[in-house]
Design a binder for this molecule. Structure first.
Ligand code: ADP
Ligand code: MG
Length: 278
């Protein structure tokens, strides 16, 4: 009678089957824990299984394990940048409708979407009446910047002024200026909707002046630059601010019908048409 094999093969080909292998495995887990490579640690058994099943080389198995950690780290950093950015709407450049009649140049936006303007600290000024998509485009560009790895922050002119006002009172002016100097891409939305107090105008000027030639600012406004003296309550401050803002800049003059109104008109029209058919 032929003796049957008594050593059972482990069900899991990668499972450590000797005490020495088990201890090696535990050491490897411990290394990953010490290095805080949590995603690699979590996927270690699966990667070892795959390595055994697919007969992977040591290099290939290590690459697969570390790629998991690299991907998870990139996703965490992106989520962090998006959280920090405080994007006020889910708007993306992909869902911007270039045929809506606001005269926005698709090629220009596509070029800006590459983020090249950020490398040369070029500013973007968007001027146009309410509802034409200024905030949409600014938020879309901010999202792209954050996705491309740039530190990004979105605020409004009114919020910036209010925050600087509080900072001045609480003795945090320098810290706050450093905060606004930090992002590679800073969006300041809605200049001109609310009158800025003199102190707010000077805070805005300081932020723009601090960022001048170093990082890009995207500013949106419903007021033509000829009336910025009025908006900022001081023509000298307005001229100095424009000087820095426009020094290296792309100006988008966005016109056309308000998208909000257009939508509203279309809806009203549809409702009227429907009512007439009753
Ligand atoms: P603005 O900042 O110029 O006042 P918004 O960007 O807030 O205008 O646009 C108003 C609304 O209309 C938003 O919901 C925006 O997403 C939408 N919108 C405006 N223009 C477009 C467009 N060309 N394509 C898609 N949505 C648009
Ligand atoms: Mg807006």
């Amino acid at each position: 009678m032929t003796p049957t094999r008594t050593t059972p093969r482990p069900a899991d080909p990668a499972a450590p089957n000797t005490p020495a292998q088990a201890s090696l495995y535990q050491q490897l887990r411990a290394h990953l824990d010490v290095l805080k490579l949590n995603d690699a640690a979590e996927h270690l058994p699966a990667v070892l299984d795959a390595a055994a099943a697919e007969n992977l080389s040591v290099t290939a198995a290590l690459e697969r394990l570390l790629a998991i950690e690299v991907d998870a780290t990139a996703a965490r950093r992106l989520a962090g940048r998006l959280r920090f950015a405080c994007l006020p709407t889910p708007a993306t450049l992909e869902d911007f409708d270039y045929d809506a009649g606001s005269g926005v140049d698709r090629h220009l936006i596509e070029d800006l979407a590459t983020g090249r303007y950020l490398e040369s600290a070029t500013n973007i000024l968007m001027i146009g009446p309410p509802g034409v998509g200024k905030t949409h485009l600014a938020v879309g560009l901010a999202r792209k910047a954050a996705e491309s790895g740039y530190r990004t922050y979105v605020t409004t002119a009114a919020d910036l002024a209010a925050r600087c006002h509080r900072a001045a009172i609480e003795g945090r002016w320098a810290t706050t200026m450093r905060f606004y100097a930090g992002p590679t891409c800073l969006v300041i939305d809605e200049l001109g909707y609310l009158p800025l107090p003199a102190e707010g105008a000077s805070a805005l000027f300081q932020v723009i002046a601090t960022r001048y030639t170093k990082s890009s600012t995207i500013l949106t406004t419903n007021r033509p630059i000829t009336s910025w003296g009025e908006v900022l309550g001081d023509t000298t401050v307005a001229a100095a601010l424009l000087d820095r803002l426009l020094h290296r800049s792309v100006v988008l003059d966005i016109g056309g019908d308000s998208y909000r109104l257009r939508d509203h008109h279309a809806r009203t029209h549809a409702l009227r048409a429907a009512a007439n058919h009753v």
